[in-house]
Design a protein around this ligand. Sequence first.
Ligand code: JFZ
Length: 317
Amino acid sequence: AVSAPDWFTAARFGMFVHFGLYSGAARHEWVQTNEKLTDADYRQYFDNFDPDLFDAAEIARTAKQAGMSYVVLTTKHHEGFALWNTALSDFNSAAACGRDLVRELVDALRAAGLKVGLYHSLIDWHHPDFTVDWVHPRRDDENAASLNEGRDMARYREFLLGQVRELLTDYGQVDYLFFDYTYPEAKQGWAGKSAADWDAEGLLALCRELQPGMIVNDRLGIPGDFVTPEQYQPTEPLVADGVPVLWEACQTTNGSWGYDRDNDNHKSADLLIRMLADSVSMGGNMLLNVGPNGRGALDKRDTALLAEIGEWMRLHE
Ligand code: JFZ
């Protein structure tokens, strides 16, 4: 493992940005599996993708004003849609709307003096070689048993490695990478997937080769540089072999990562501040999510919370 860079330990607070075609559907980033949507059903979100209000400079400014020091963008979520101009698939934002949103955000973060974090999904519901398993939208189809004929995870692994290579080659220095995620248990008659399905070792080696200073999370299914408890707060410092472990709790404002229009189940600013203080007191960071809407605009319910947190941060600097 890379030892924790000073910036990450000092940072303590970052912004997670979940954005993709599901933002247009506006009902959770797992909508395709939750509602068993076919590729044809889902196509409308690609055809109508037009993030005219996605303003990278504003996202960077909002993070800074909240007292955050890094931002982590979903380059590709489980739906498989790439937010950059990938040469390896047409299912990407440049093809959909002529924009490379990874480039836009990375440039804005650097200009604002924020660290650059990328999220990348190991799962891919769009790729024809990704086998149907219990997280897949097709898992309950009538012809389910025959669905994996011809699907070849070795080809998918090559694609995954190739896309990660693009991200770590074409966008300058990347400080942080969040892979998501390995789920070994079988469920509902379907197999899960393990580190071997991703060639976790190969992916991590590529990261070390292309971005030697970058920290990588632990969701490849092999140890990384920090651990990522999700939507729960550790209640004591995390320790391994008597040594404090670097960790980062990722948290939502309302229980959904992707824009979820009708979900008003927001935590209070007071609660989020306590969660941040708790994390820091136990040696952890907090990565707080925002889900821009289908046009790419930050949600007012999120920005109101961030403004309150920012005020508290300035009072307690
Ligand atoms: C994953 C994604 O499925 C989800 O949509 C979101 O992007 C989130 C940040 O990550 O969800 C997970 C991954 C791992 C665990 C739980 C939810 N886990 O290890 O408990």
